[in-house]
Design a protein around this ligand. Sequence first.
Ligand SMILES: *[C@@H]1O[C@H](CO)[C@@H](O)[C@H](O)[C@H]1NC(C)=O
Ligand SMILES: *[C@@H]1O[C@H](CO)[C@@H](O)[C@H](O)[C@H]1NC(C)=O
Length: 331
Amino acid sequence: MKAAHLFLFLHVFSTAGVLVNAFDPITTTVVLGVGATLGRTIWNYLHESCDPKWVAFNGTALNADLDSKLFGQHIASRIILKAVSGFMSNDNPKKPLVLSLHGWTGTGKNFVSQLIADSIYKEGMDSSFVHVFTSELHFPHSSQLDTYKTQLQQWIKGNVTNCAHSMFIFDEMDKMHPGLIDSIKPYLDYYDKLDGVSYRKAIFIFLSNAGAESIIQTALDFWKTGQQREEIELKDLETALSLAVFNNKKSGLWHTSLIDKNLVDFFVPFLPLEYKHVVQCAMAEMKARGVEPDQNVADQVARDLVYFPKAERVFAVKGCKTIESKLDYYT
Ligand SMILES: *[C@@H]1O[C@H](CO)[C@@H](O)[C@H](O)[C@H]1NC(C)=O
Ligand SMILES: *[C@@H]1O[C@H](CO)[C@@H](O)[C@H](O)[C@H]1NC(C)=O
């Protein structure tokens, strides 16, 4: 509950208190009763709960956000909209939605997760039904693997019991211990119920850099042969991506049966960002800050970034990641 809400809540109570002093005992009881009921109504109104007032998918909003806030990701954008819309409009999904987002740093994987959360939860990423796990933060010591496993399973179970439409985001999936990933596998599967809990309405999102090199290579090949980036199709990346993902000894996820058992519903590739996309990010960020977007400033910010490969200088090394701090410097 936000501070402003709490304030309003307390204010209503103290107003009721002031009224109480002015009346005789019987009126006092009535006023207190009314105050308590009112308080409860306001509490329900202000406090997030797992009902359609707080949790309701808005496909129009997601579509608009993907169109106007995510740049250079025509493939990811299309898959995400289709996957999330399809899943959220199904009252009886057979399994939870499992998305695996792949791509270079700063290409929008975290950002897209945020847009998805915004389109489902009124509180967006601040919702108590959205859970973000980062391996280095939440599961740093491989010696405590067993503890982590138990803890993670309890968290998932507890949270899905509270709200079927819970969302779990696993950042830096490539750094997660394979054993830990294995321990969440049952929740991603086609079970009707596990221990009396159904996980079918939950959403799992995995973020990783696995496969980024092959995505970059494909994008670079298109660029070199003068083909439009927008002509890149999912099938151009799928083979390369699955090969990289399957054969990458370093990335734990892909050695577990997540893939063998088809538990991941969608692999979503994020293309490396070019100069023009960085400019778009900078313009959007200025707009979000409530200042008039300035093309010159955006160009200045984009020019200041480092691009790769060294010879061609096509893709921004950090994508749109440092735009915010760069803008602080130029404006
Ligand atoms: C869904 O989002 C659109 C665009 O942001 C908005 O205009 C509309 O009111 C929203 N619908 C609901 C039911 O909240
Ligand atoms: C829900 O998950 C969070 C971690 O995001 C955890 O701290 C909390 O204990 C979980 N809730 C339940 C009821 O298990």
